[in-house]
Each structure stands twice: as structure tokens, then as C-alpha cells.
Design a protein around this ligand. Structure first.
Ligand code: GLC
Length: 756
């Protein structure tokens, strides 16, 4: 349809028909193949109202979406097709490593490929929109949804977010390509700043932090062509974002020029009553519409009150028209008016879901995102030598729950477990393999109150029972300790259960589950050669794990090919390519902790002995256990003195800046080919406020052969030196900039560049 036809359609609709185009309902109304990701509303729609809705979420599958669409088209008075939306966060049925793992890959191309594969499976299954990427900046590992973010850095989040959007949509064009899906950036804005790491609590951050750290990645996502933006549950400066005119109209619509569809998060409109900002659902509907929220996800506030608000003159019908037109334009750009069934294809679905290509990519992504935190000793244990007699111990050896809490459509039965992969390798390469459970995954208490009706958290019947603390069987641990004593090396596969992170899964303690720490201590008693493989949705307090292990490999929640990827890493067929995109705290007491923090009036000098009357703790260090950007490989690198082609540059009259080259020579000093992630950090001068002590502004992930030496350069231009002021506009301060290239954020020497 062209725009005239769309407007004609709009004007042929009754007010009620328009209002219901803005209503999104959970797929359970249609029952077939539904994955619920929120709580069911008390209020429900009538059959007649159901025929009018504009979109649904949580339903996928070529056959079920086709049959639902066919029925809907016949019932809708204007034959307007439904939009099918879903949380395809890191894969539909092929679950890739979770986003915080992909963040550690420092690989935009990998992220793009994973999103493209997820889009193929989704489109073939009848989906039109994915609620991804999540571009919330995260600094607080207590928050369960850190697993869904790319990490703590605005620049990295922006780069990977754009790559993900390009992968989902098939490019940055006006419309997603056939066979791909529309992308919805979320959760606008600053949801990751939930106070105390407690989900849904307010984001009490300064305007400067909002502009400098939390908003840039969403802005990059809008610039990359995101088709929708989802507003968040939280408040910013006390106002729920879903009812925050300044955030939505001034920033998102006017300053950033976002003209796509704005959808609320699940019941976020209705929750403005609980926030105490709206007296009732009618007032919430009015506030949301006045802010320009187009689609009401699952609160029914629009369904119940928009018509009356128009009739009573409290909102203008033109406001409703504008929202409906954006929804119709989205359906049109997806081609749904030409062919409402062009997405659902059982043939393409069978061909793409869990295809060998997708599995191979998922397996590659495991090694590219895994972070080797420790590999100590004269002769490091990793990669394992072929003849080593290793015993595999721990709850993650057999578990198939290797996908994150947000892989809501993945089926554990499709997952390759560590045990399966290890036994395959043992057969293929003649390696010894033995396995002992050692301890249960966790205790039910670790998971908090699980609501039975929320089937994202409901345990699968085939899941091993979760035991209470007293049920941690001594014999299990004793058997494991003696098995460890008979082996050369212990591979301890430990971590957080996948449902201990994700939405609504904030934790006040970042330790491994108690039974697993007890097991590790017992193993250490009988064998010091321990490789700990850590599965987790968040940074954890790994002090004990590191003290008790010679090697520590962090594999996050690695997804469907988790077992295969882990074996590739342990046997050396692949090397750990990840570098932390979120600081690993020393303890929960440091949290929120992030590398690009503002300077303080009393910085703690590195050699301080008496930590008093300076910015420090008296009982723990300031620095994280492992810093942002950190990660080991199976080879080693040296960096030469870095150089800069000039120490002075001037802003041109038009505000631009002639790029300045910074270089360093990198050498692979090890005996095997390996990748290095070179990171460029900048410390800018103050603009009157305390500036971050450093900020990532560029990175390159490059492979080097053994002994290879190469000069690597970066160009420092306007983008690398600019920052967002409290007005949300980028600017470059005049003054001295310090620049460093490093292998992580703990850089040593700095170069100087003065901008005049
Ligand atoms: C959830 C999440 C959001 C998700 C939406 C639909 O509450 O906050 O990320 O996309 O509801 O499932």
C-alpha cells in the first residue's frame, strides 16, 4: 500500500477499530504454541474485541501463526493482519550464547551473524518482530537482566547493538528484508540502572550519567534503523519512562528523530498506577497516549479507556490516528498487506531451525565469547593434553539447561551437554573420560519464590529435582573427592542455574550455590589440578573458585551448542576469544562497579598501604577481581611502546577534526595462533564536571600467527574524542586528552593529545 491507501484505510476505521490496533495481547488468547513472558492480566478481552487487536506476542510456529492469521483476517472488519512479536533475544530454537557473552566476544560480525540466524528461524516461524536487542547499560551484577545486555560500556553496546539490528533486519534499510524480522530496541531508558540491582526499581542517576552512559547505545540503535522502541518499567528522575514526555517526545522523537512504533513493556502503562503517578488505569492510558506510546503491551489500558478519553475530549482522535498510522506503516513495510502469510513457511522453518549451519555458528560463538580468567602454573592445565586422565565433576556436566532464562523458545533436549561432547571427544581422540555428579545444581532456596503460573520460570518436568540445603548428600561429595584423587585433572563444571538470572532474578549474593562451593573445597583437598568451567548469567564472586582452581574458564550460558563449544575450548581446538564486557567484582560489596567511573577528589593511589581518608574500602580492594576488557588466550602477546603521529590537533572551524593516528606493535610471543583484542581508551578533559577516568573508544580483534609481529593503528577523530553533554548534544572539549592502547582496561602508559 502507498501512504494514501494507508490513510484511506485509517479513515475508514471506527474509533474502536483504531484503538484496538494499538492493543497487544499475550499469545495465550490463541493458545497454540504459546510462551508467556509476563503475568496474565485479570481483565480479559471478549471474543469480539479479540477480532480487532493489532498484535500479539509469544506465539510462533509456521502452522500456528498461519492459522491464527487466517482466522484473524476473516474476522477483522478491514482484514488488517496481526503482527506477531516475540522475545528472540539470542536465538529462537538455536540458542546462541546470551548477550553478555556475545558482548565479551568484542565481535560485531559475530553478533550480526547470530542475529541473522535467529531472524531466519523467527521469520520462517511466522514472527514479524523481535523484542531485541536489549541495549540497557549494566553496572550492577545483582540485577538479573545483566545477562541480556552487551555490558557496561556505551561504545561497545552501541557497536554490538547496531550489528544485532543489522543482523535481525538484514541491513539498515527502510524495511527488514524478506526472511528477516523487525527489530525492537529496548528498554528505553536506563532500565539497567535499577537501584540496588533490584529489578523494576527506579533509575536514580544523574542527567549527566543518563546522557553520557545510559542513552548512547539506544541512540545508535535508532540510527541503525530499529523499527520499534520499547519503553521500560523504571522511572528516570522519578517519572516512569512510559509516561515521561521529556524522554519520549523531546529526546526519542524530536532530538533523535525516531519515527517508528513505540511499544510499552508488559503492562508498563498499567503499572503507572502502582508507581503512584496515575490515579487509575484511565489516567495512565491518557498519560501514555499523550507521551506517544503507540502499542499498549498487555495492560488493556488502551482497550478499556481510549475511546472514552476521545469522546470526553481528554485526548484528540488525531493522537490515536498518528499511533495507528505508525502501526499500519509497520505492517505495510513488513509486506503484510500484500501477503500476510509471507513469513510463516513450514518448509523454511524445517530447513532453518537448528540447522547444521546455525549449530556450527552457535558452537563458534561459544569459543568467541568464553573468557579464560586464569590458567596458572609453569605448565598450564589448558588446553588439556590428549593423554591426561581427566574426571568431569559437577552439575553442569550433564545439564542441558545451558541456555539463558531469556532463551524462552529453546528446548533443552536440543542442547549438547558437556558430558555428551566429552564422551564424543573421548571416543574420537582416545581420551579418557569419567564423570561424577558431585553435587546438585543448587538448592531451591537459591532460586527464590518461583511462581507456578509463570511458565518461563516453571521447571520442566524432566529437570532433575532441586534439593533443599540439608539434602546436599555427603556421599555425593565424598564419591567425587575420591574420584578426583584418582585423576590427573579435575574438570569442575559449576555455576548458577539459568533461572538464577534473567527478569525478576536479582540476587543479593553473587556466590556460587553453596553445594557447589562445598564440593570444590573437597575436590581441592584431593587434587590441586582443577579446571573450573563456570556457567553463569552474570558476573559472580569467583574469589574462592580462583583460589581453588589452577584454571578458570567462564562460558556464561553458552546455549544449544554449549557442550561442544566447551570441549573445543578445553581440548584446544578453539581458543577462548572473550574479553569481559562487564567487570567481574571482587565481591558484591563493590557493586555497582564499572571501569569508566568518574574521577574522585581522593583517588586511591595504586601503592596505598593505609586505605583511610581516600576513596577506598577498609576491608576490600577498589579494583575488580578481573577488569573490563580482560581475558586470556592460549598464546601470549606483547605490545611495544605506543606512538602518536602528533601531540596537538585543532578543531576545524566546522567543528570537525582531522584524524590522528595512534599505533602500537603487537607480537604473538606464544607457540600457537591466537587472537588479541586491542582496545583503545581515551581520558578526556573535564567539561566542568568530573569526567570518566577512561573510556573505550575503539577496538580491533585480530589473529596473529606464532611469532608474528605487526603494527596496528587506530585513527582518533571527532567521534573518539566527543562526549554527550547534559543537553544530549555531542561535543569535543579543548584541552589535553590521554590515550592508551591496551589488552584490557588496566592500561599502563598514556599518550598525550592536546586539542586546541
Ligand atoms: C517482559 C520484558 C521485556 C519483554 C516483554 C515481552 O516483561 O521486560 O523485555 O520483551 O516483557 O515479553
Amino acid at each position: 500500500m502507498n501512504s494514501q491507501q494507508l490513510r484511506a484505510l485509517l479513515h475508514s476505521m471506527s474509533l474502536k477499530e483504531k484503538v484496538f490496533q494499538l492493543v497487544q495481547i499475550p499469545g495465550q488468547y490463541f493458545r497454540a504454541g504459546v510462551t508467556d513472558t509476563g503475568t496474565a492480566a485479570e481483565d480479559v478481552l471478549s471474543e469480539e474485541e479479540l477480532t480487532l487487536v493489532g498484535s500479539t506476542l509469544g506465539v510462533f510456529g509456521a502452522e500456528s501463526t498461519e492459522s491464527i492469521q487466517r482466522i484473524h483476517m476473516t474476522r477483522h472488519p478491514h482484514g488488517i493482519p496481526l503482527l506477531f512479536m516475540h522475545d528472540v533475544i539470542h536465538g529462537l530454537r538455536t540458542a546462541f550464547p546470551m548477550p553478555l557473552a556475545l558482548g565479551a566476544s568484542f565481535s560485531p560480525s559475530l553478533v550480526e551473524r547470530c542475529s541473522a540466524a535467529a531472524a531466519e528461524e523467527s521469520a520462517a516461524s511466522g514472527l514479524h518482530v523481535t523484542f531485541a536487542p536489549m541495549l540497557d547499560l549494566v553496572r550492577d551484577a545483582r540485577w538479573g537482566r545483566v545477562m541480556e545486555s552487551f555490558g557496561e560500556d556505551p561504545f561497545l553496546n552501541g557497536k554490538l547493538g547496531c550489528a544485532s539490528i543489522k543482523g535481525f533486519r538484514g541491513g539498515n534499510g527502510d524495511a527488514p528484508l524478506p526472511g528477516r524480522v523487525a527489530s525492537c530496541v529496548k528498554h528505553f531508558a536506563a532500565y539497567g540502572a535499577a537501584e540496588a540491582g533490584r529489578d523494576y526499581s527506579g533509575a536514580n542517576i544523574s542527567r549527566r550519567q543518563l546522557q553520557e552512559a545510559y542513552l548512547p547505545a539506544y541512540r545508535k540503535g535508532v540510527e541503525a534503523g530499529a523499527d520499534l522502541v520499547m519503553t521500560s518499567f523504571n522511572t528516570v528522575e522519578g517519572i516512569p519512562v512510559t509516561g515521561n514526555k521529556e524522554m519520549i517526545k523531546s529526546t526519542l522523537r524530536d532530538k533523535w528523530g525516531f519515527h517508528g512504533v513505540l511499544i510499552s513493556d508488559w503492562n508498563a502503562i498499567g503499572e503507572m498506577v502502582a508507581h503512584g503517578v496515575c490515579a487509575d488505569q484511565r489516567q495512565a492510558a491518557k498519560l501514555a497516549m499523550d507521551c506517544g506510546i503507540d502499542i499498549d503491551m498487555c495492560s488493556l489500558a488502551y482497550a478499556r479507556h481510549l475511546e472514552a478519553l476521545v469522546s470526553d475530549g481528554e485526548i484528540r482522535e488525531e493522537q490515536v490516528d498518528a499511533a495507528v498510522l505508525r502501526v499500519l506503516e509497520l505492517k505495510n513495510c513488513l509486506g503484510l498487506f500484500n501477503d500476510p502469510f509471507r513469513y510463516a513457511s513450514p518448509e523454511r522453518e524445517n530447513r532453518s531451525i537448528l540447522s547444521e549451519t546455525h549449530r556450527a555458528l552457535a558452537r563458534e560463538a561459544v569459543s568467541e565469547s568464553a573468557v579464560l580468567l586464569k590458567n596458572a602454573g609453569e605448565k598450564p592445565l589448558l588446553p588439556l593434553s590428549p593423554d591426561v586422565n581427566a574426571v568431569w565433576i559437577g552439575p553442569f556436566v550433564e545439564s542441558r539447561e545451558l541456555h539463558s532464562a531469556w532463551a524462552v523458545s529453546a528446548d533443552p533436549s536440543d542442547t549438547v551437554s558437556v558430558r555428551e561432547a566429552a564422551e564424543d571427544v573421548a571416543r574420537a581422540e582416545g581420551r579418557l573420560f569419567s564423570y561424577v555428579e558431585g553435587c546438585p545444581m543448587t538448592c531451591r532456596e537459591d532460586l527464590g519464590p518461583l511462581s507456578e503460573e509463570n511458565n518461563v520460570l516453571r521447571f520442566r518436568e524432566d529437570n532433575p529435582p532441586l534439593l533443599s540445603p540439608e539434602a546436599v548428600e555427603e556421599p555425593l561429595i565424598r564419591e567425587a573427592a575420591s574420584a578426583a584423587g584418582r585423576a590427573d585433572v579435575v574438570i569442575a563444571c559449576l555455576g548458577e542455574h539459568r533461572l538464577m538470572s534473567g527478569e525478576g532474578a536479582s540476587r543479593g549474593d553473587l556466590s556460587l550455590p553453596a553445594p557447589q562451593l562445598a564440593l570444590l573445597r573437597e575436590l581441592y583437598r584431593t587434587n590441586r589440578n582443577i579446571v573450573s568451567v563456570i556457567f553463569t548469567g552474570r558476573p559472580l564472586d569467583l574469589r574462592d573458585v580462583c583460589a581453588l582452581s589452577r584454571s578458570v574458564l567462564l562460558v556464561w550460558m553458552p546455549g544449544t551448542e554449549g557442550g561442544s563449544g566447551v570441549l573445543d575450548l578445553l581440548t584446544g581446538h578453539a581458543e577462548p576469544g572473550g574479553r569481559l564486557s562487564m567487570s567481574m567484582p571482587y565481591s558484591v560489596g563493590q557493586v555497582p562497579i564499572y571501569y569508566n567511573h568518574p574521577s574522585t577528589g581522593r583517588p586511591k593511589p595504586a601503592d596505598t598501604k593505609v586505605p583511610r581518608y581516600i576513596s577506598s574500602y577498609i576491608d576490600i580492594p577498589n579494583s575488580p577481581l578481573f577488569p573490563f576488557g580482560y581475558g586470556l588466550g592460549y598464546t601470549s602477546f606483547t605490545l611495544s611502546e605506543q606512538s602518536i603521529e602528533t601531540n596537538e590537533a585543532s578543531l576545524q572551524t566546522d567543528g570537525t577534526l582531522k584524524p590522528v593516528r595512534v599505533s602500537v606493535t603487537v607480537k604473538n610471543t606464544g607457540s600457537r595462533r591466537g587472537k588479541s583484542v586491542l582496545q583503545l581508551y581515551v581520558r578526556r578533559p573535564s567539561d566542568g564536571a568530573a569526567a570518566p577516568v577512561m573510556e573505550l573508544k575503539a577496538f580491533q580483534k585480530i589473529a596473529f600467527d606464532p611469532g608474528e609481529k605487526r603494527e596496528i593503528s587506530f585513527l582518533i577523530g571527532y567521534d573518539e574524542l566527543s562526549h554527550f553533554g547534559t543537553d544530549g548534544n555531542p561535543s569535543v572539549e579543548k584541552g589535553e586528552y590521554r590515550i592508551a592502547i591496551g589488552l584490557d582496561s588496566e592500561v599502563g602508559s598514556w599518550l598525550s593529545l592536546t586539542i586546541t
